[in-house]
Write a protein that binds this ligand. Structure first.
Ligand code: ATP
Ligand code: MG
Length: 392
């Protein structure tokens, strides 16, 4: 059975109210591939107003685009009215959308045949563009005329490459030829839309093929900071996650963190991660890691740094198992593992909490980490009393 209990309930209730409602898009594709879908989309012949009249708890997600969020038994379910997209004057966004009552019309506006599939609650698959055949053949093929579809919305070209990365499929020849022909038009896209597709591209198992495809189709020419010499970059793929993709782009082009953040409007969290990796990448070019480095860095950060060391320097990378071993052999991994707490220090000294307490904990943390003193209460007490008396 497909979908969550709540999403099936939403479809059934729309059907009972006399409307057609089906699962559509990526979730149907993933289901037919035997993969866990990321998000479930429902399409319906009901207009947004009609959807809202069927359910008591709904949230508007932009009714002009036809999407209503239905809260069913506590779970949000996205419901979008069948629509076609009007004219496109700027390769970006439809100037307007028109609601329609035919499912086939709705499927026709979708990007690729593998994404133009619908699934009824009965289990019947609606497949007017032979998406299932393309799924079996592992082919990404535009719905209808590829050049027309890419002229309507240039983002579809990047999406095509994103699906190559995630699914390991290949581009059907005229779809690919149209991308090469129209690659230059992606410059009109907003960077936010490109960035969202890149996040998914970086997470794909086949990211290496995808990055190469961006270069081969010349899409790369219009993508900010895409390194002209990308052989070393390709070596970094596939990535642990999208963050590592951004890190690799930064190091492939030898850019400053702020340049990448600005060009792709990265979030603050992403900026922080880039800064951390860059710091350890620079350290590693000077020397190997110290105890303090292993203590400070997260395992995944150093794994990422070593991957970059392998790709972008002549240094011998440290293996993941060696990183793990070095981290595991540390006496403590955070100050929460210390066998003494602030209360005990106050007890031992008879002093109230204050600035000294944080400093004392830090000194103990340092001493335990560097094995000046074992992580045992009595030993710490003795060491601390000695240190403390000397200082008084
Ligand atoms: P994912 O598994 O990453 O969510 P997806 O295929 O579901 O992949 P979404 O961006 O969630 O991708 O879009 C949902 C569906 O909407 C797609 O499967 C496709 O049918 C349609 N779609 C999305 N973006 C476009 C677009 N730019 N042009 C045409 N159809 C699109
Ligand atoms: Mg989706």
């Amino acid at each position: 059975m497909f979908g969550t209990h709540q999403s099936r309930r939403v479809i059934t209730r729309l059907n009972e109210a006399g409307y057609e409602a089906v699962f559509v898009g990526g979730a149907v594709r993933d289901y037919l591939l035997g993969k866990e879908p990321t998000d479930i989309d429902i399409a319906t012949s009901a207009t947004p107003a009609q959807v809202k009249s069927v359910f008591s708890n709904t949230i508007d997600l932009g009714t002009e685009h036809g999407t209503v969020l239905v809260i069913e038994s506590g779970e949000p379910v996205e419901v979008t009215t069948y629509r076609t997209e009007g004219t496109y004057s700027d390769n970006r966004r439809p100037d307007e959308v028109q609601f329609v009552t035919s499912l086939e019309e709705d499927l026709k506006r979708r990007d690729f045949t593998i994404n133009a599939l619908a699934l009824r609650i009965t289990g019947e698959v609606v497949d007017p563009f032979n998406g299932r055949a393309d799924l079996s053949a592992k082919t990404i093929r535009a719905v209808g005329n590829a050049s027309e579809r890419f002229s309507e919305d240039a983002l579809r070209m990047i999406r095509a490459v994103r699906f190559v990365s995630v699914l390991g499929f290949t581009l059907e020849s005229s779809t690919r030829a149209s991308i090469s022909e129209l690659a230059g038009t992606i410059k009109s896209l907003s960077i936010e839309r490109i960035k969202a597709e890149f996040d998914k591209l970086f997470r794909g198992m086949f990211a290496q093929q995808a990055l190469k495809l961006l270069a081969d189709t010349k899409l790369s020419r219009e993508l900010p900071l895409f390194p002209a010499q990308h052989e070393a970059w390709l070596q970094c793929a596939p990535f642990q996650n999208s963050l590592d993709g951004w890190v690799s782009l930064m190091l492939a082009g030898n850019f400053d963190v702020s340049i990448v953040v600005k060009a792709y409007r990265l979030s603050n969290k992403e900026r922080m991660y880039l800064k951390t990796v860059q710091k350890f990448f620079e350290i590693r070019q000077q020397r190997t890691y110290t105890t303090d480095d292993y203590y400070e860095a997260a395992y995944s950060t150093l794994v990422s740094v070593e991957k970059m060391i392998a790709a972008f320097t002549d240094l011998m990378p440290i293996s993941n198992s060696a990183i793990k071993e070095a981290m595991e052999s540390l006496p403590i991994h955070s100050k929460h593992e210390l066998s003494v707490r602030g209360e005990q220090l106050m007890d031992w000294t008879g002093k109230k909490a204050g600035k000294w307490l944080g400093e004392a904990i830090q000194a103990i943390e340092h001493a335990v980490l560097h094995q000046v003193v074992p992580n045992e209460q009595n030993a710490i007490k003795e060491w601390f009393s000695h240190e403390y008396e000397c200082k008084e």
